[in-house]
Structure formats: C-alpha cells, structure tokens
Ligand binder design. Structure first.
Ligand SMILES: C=CC1=C(C)c2cc3[nH]c(cc4nc(cc5[nH]c(cc1n2)c(C)c5CCC(=O)O)C(CCC(=O)O)=C4C)c(C)c3C=C
Ligand SMILES: [Fe+2]
Ligand SMILES: [Fe+2]
Length: 356
C-alpha cells in the first residue's frame, strides 16, 4: 500500500516540523458532489480516454475481463469516439462539457448556501471518471483539514454501476490515507421531496405558462436487465420516482409514461425503450409530449443530445407535432436549497459550527 503524503503543517516560528504534542486543530467537514464524468474535450482522443476508463470499470461492464478487453479495445474504442465527437460538439458549453459545468455550479450553489447558514463546510466536485477526480476532491479536503467527508453520488436512484462504484472509489482513496477521514455516503433520494418538489414545480411552471401536453414522458437512463435480476433496485427506484412525481403533479396513470433510454450493447436492457416507444406514440396519434429525465440531475449528452435532438427528430418524423424537453434541475435555485438541506441533514453530529 502506497500512502499519499500527509500535509505538513508549518510551525509559527517557521521551522519545518510540528512540535510534539501537535497543537489542537479543529477537524473540519467536507462534502464531495460526485457525478459520472465526461470527456475533457469534444474530440475523439479525449472521448476515447474517457470511455476507456469508464468502460473498464467492472461495476459498469460485468462480463469477464478476458472477454471484454478485445471488444473494448477493438470495435468500441476504435469507432465510438469518432461517432460521439460531433454529438459532444453539438452540446459543448463555454466552460466545457455540460455535465461538468452544471455539477460545478451545483457545488458552488451548495457551498454558498451552507456558508450563508454559518456552517464551516467545504464542498468539492468529484467525477468518477476523468477530471476533477474523486481522489483530487478528497485530497483537497484532507489538505484543508477535513476529517469528516460526506460523499454524495448525484444519482437519485441507486444502481451498482453508478452509486456503488462511487463508494468503491472513495473508500479506495481513503485506503491510501494514513489519517483517514470519517466517511458517510448518501445512498439514494429517489422519492425525497427536497429533490422531487423542485422538479414538480419546474414542470408545473412550464404548464402554467405554455399549457399541458397530451402526455408527460419520464425517461430514465437504462440498465442491463441482468443487473436488476442480480439485485439492483434501480428499476423499482425509477418507478417509485415516477409515481411520486406524478402524484405531486396530480397526474393519473393515462397522463404519463415511464421509459428507459441510452441502451448500450446488444444485451436486453430495461424496457420500454424511449425512442421506439415515442415513435409508436406519435404513430398512434399522440402528437404533443413533454419529456423529463428524472434520473439526471445535470444535463449531459444523454439528455441534451440523445433526447432533445435525436429522440425529438424521431418523434416529429413519426407524425408528432410538439416535443418539449424539460431541462434537468441543474442549478435551479429551489433545487440548490433542497440539495443543501439534504446535505446538511446528513452532517448531524459533525463539527460544522465555528466556535464562537
Ligand atoms: C443516470 C444514471 C446512469 C446509469 C444508471 C448509467 C448506466 C450505464 N451507462 C452505461 C454506458 C454509457 N453511459 C454513457 C453516458 C452517460 N451515462 C450517464 C448516467 C448513467 N449511466 C450519464 C450522466 C452520461 C453522460 C456523460 C456525458 O459526458 O455527458 C456513455 C457515454 C456515451 C455513449 O457512448 O453513449 C456510455 C457508454 C452503461 C454500460 C451503464 C450500466 C451498466
Ligand atoms: Fe450511462
Ligand atoms: Fe446515449
């Protein structure tokens, strides 16, 4: 085991080493908001680097390494980056990939609210794949004296391929520390009103301003069926989110539907798949829909490009007349308050108050 060097606190008299016993330093509290990660640039080489790390995670691809390695390094890493580059280019923002830009805004938003409440809590962004990494965030927190760290995987619904791999990585990082922090993890918050109410309010505001469509489509990121068979609660979580959101909006069962998007590879994923379902809907005469993606807290390739460009085109081609994509919560002010509340409630018993 290789330990990362601990920060050396300088002595007031300028000498390098600590006096013994060490002077008392109040341990601080840190929070890491973690999302999936995204390429550093909308180019094939940057996308290849990102996909290599992401798709080498055994929590994401659960087939034996020996079988997967030639597939990943053959057809996938040769063809997919080039196919994805123009798609990433079409959504790229001034500050970078939307997933990173919005996650950083969320970090700043929660930091501001907690500081305004008089709490001494440092909030950082960590990406599971690529930069800024979870390791980078945790070392930053350690170096500023945080001995308590709350890790928040930014996924409302629990899946092994998203939530659990964040827990794996944070514990791996702590495993390299001599003076380890106390760690806490948020598992899921799929029916928590601090997340769902701001989403329902956002949808209601749109409907009040521009009218209600025939159907609300709730599209969740898909998952291989096998993951659910093996015990991932993700599918149940997604339906529970959908039911709770529908209840807040006062929708009956005919007014909304649940679908799963972003299928990857030839295996069976959770159904119904978003794109063919919406194509059929348009063919059956449902011409006005709103699509919301309650599994995504930040807009990204899967929402801005797959849903708002590709699926929109398919729906309109099949006879649909109006397709509105409802953006993710991103840094919506009500959501920032909800997220800050959620974070604060998990910090109980930790030294968040500055001594008076
Ligand atoms: C919201 C939850 C997510 C789950 C669950 C999830 C599972 C999952 N994803 C893949 C494969 C890919 N996902 C890709 C992009 C992507 N996935 C999520 C979220 C979840 N994935 C996000 C937020 C993003 C967007 C990243 C961005 O840069 O904007 C991709 C890359 C794009 C592509 O090649 O299509 C892949 C690949 C698997 C295999 C999986 C479950 C096993
Ligand atoms: Fe994904
Ligand atoms: Fe996709």
């Amino acid at each position: 085991m290789r330990f990362w060097p601990e920060p050396k606190r300088a002595r007031a008299d300028g000498k390098r080493f600590l006096t013994w016993p060490e002077p008392f330093v109040r341990p601080r509290v840190g929070v890491v908001l973690v999302n999936l990660g995204t390429p550093e640039a909308p180019t094939a080489p940057a996308i290849r680097k990102y996909l290599r790390e992401f798709l080498s995670d055994p929590r994401v691809i659960e087939i034996p390494k020996l079988l997967w390695w030639p597939i990943l390094n053959g057809p996938i890493l040769l063809a997919r980056p080039r196919k994805l580059a123009p798609r990433y280019q079409s959504i790229w923002m001034e500050g970078g990939s939307p997933l990173l830009v919005y996650t950083q805004r969320q970090t700043a938003g929660v930091q501001r609210i907690l500081s305004d409440r008089g709490l001494d809590v440092q909030v950082e962004t960590g990406m599971r794949y690529g930069k800024p990494s979870i390791q980078n965030a945790m070392l930053k927190l350690r170096d500023s004296g945080c001995e308590h760290i709350l890790v928040v995987p930014m996924y409302p619904q629990y899946a092994s391929s998203t939530t659990a791999t964040v827990v794996d990585e944070a514990t791996r990082v702590a495993g390299h520390m001599r003076n380890q922090p106390a760690l806490r993890f948020v598992k899921r918050f799929h029916t928590d009103p601090r997340f769902l109410q701001p989403l329902a309010d956002k949808i209601s505001a749109l409907w009040q301003a521009q009218g209600r469509p025939q159907k609300l489509v709730m599209s969740f990121h898909g998952l291989p069926r096998q993951c659910v068979d093996m015990g991932d609660p993700y599918c149940r979580d997604s339906y529970e989110t959908a039911r709770a959101l529908a209840a807040l909006l006062g929708l009956n069962d005919d007014q909304y539907l649940v679908t799963f998007q972003s299928r990857f590879g030839p295996a069976k994923w959770l159904e119904p798949y978003t794109e063919p379902t919406l194509e059929k809907l348009a063919q059956q005469g449902v011409t006005e829909i709103d699509v919301v993606c309650p599994g995504f807290l930040a807009d990204c390739l899967e929402t801005l490009e797959e849903i708002s460009i590709e699926v929109r085109e398919t729906f309109l081609h099949a006879g649909g007349k109006q397709f509105r994509y409802i953006p993710a919560l991103n840094d919506d002010p009500a959501w920032m308050l909800g997220l800050a509340d959620l974070v604060e409630s998990q910090l109980q018993g930790w030294p968040t108050r500055l001594a008076k």
